[in-house]
Design a binder for this molecule. Sequence first.
Ligand code: UFG
Length: 315
Amino acid sequence: MTVLLTGGAGYIGAHVARLLKERDFDVVVVDDLTTGDSERIAGTDVVSFDLSADAAANDLSQIMKSRDITSVVHVAGKKQVGESVNNPTWYYRQNVHSMTNLLTAMQVNCVERLVFSSSAAVYGMPDVEEVDERVECSPINPYGQSKLVCEWMSRNAALAWGLRVANLRYFNVAGSGWSELKDPSALNLIPIVLKSLVEHRQPVVFGSNYPTPDGTCIRDYVHVLDLAAAHIDALEYLDRPDRSYDTFNVGTGTGASVYEVVNTISSHVGRKIQPVVDGRRAGDPARLIANVARIQNELGWKASYGLSEIISSAI
Ligand code: UFG
């Protein structure tokens, strides 16, 4: 059984690639290598092209045919909220057109299993203690909207020609499973704070007057290694005969505030950190915690790492 893994040279994709190989899956990676780096997955077959290009459906089809692909794990995608607000059409092209190409090639080649990297961004600003998968999706930026459109596209394919789909809605992914696979982007809270320490700057907290116990935003941080394992569980789940289309939150079910994250980093590095409080960042919900009952019950998946282990692995 050969798995086509898109985005496999990126931070999350490389964790999925390693774990798939550890579990004896054959893997072919497609990655445009704009943010990905093939060094992360040395020894794995990597084919490099832009999934959103018009020719990509044909290129994907060739790989599916020649490599006898039976399943696809689609991790590739653009994921910066701010960038998506400034350049929405390009975001739709990148995330949605890639999905069009992928589904076209899958249908032509009768490849019937898809695990898709979705995001908690599809929920928008839900006013609930814990978000479960039945909460109405109302994404508030083109990034989240593009992920939701992809979910709809695969649902339609499931209805039309029998595609089996597991959408994984990632919460706040962080940490690293192997020291050489740390998140290099410094686009999210934990790597941003770590980078500020290296550069002897004070980290910035976006808003301390939210309706939360310490006034800062609460998020559900999930270890990238746990997240990677969820993809494998999802692939195995799609092999069950009665499965067709399903969606799962991937989080821990536990929240941590920005101050809690900063304090945990502080105790791990043995240095006092005094962040600067700035204004709220547009579009930040006060609280976003996953209800994880569905993934636990259906996939038997449960996060095994907590915030402290996530942070120690990220340092
Ligand atoms: N934050 C700060 N200072 C910073 C950076 C972040 O205070 O320098 C705060 C944010 O305001 C937010 C929290 O830290 O309250 C986490 O912010 P991130 O930017 O790390 O993550 P987000 O929750 O905004 O978004 C992340 C991913 C999205 C995904 C979402 C799902 O970046 O792609 O989680 O929960 F959709």
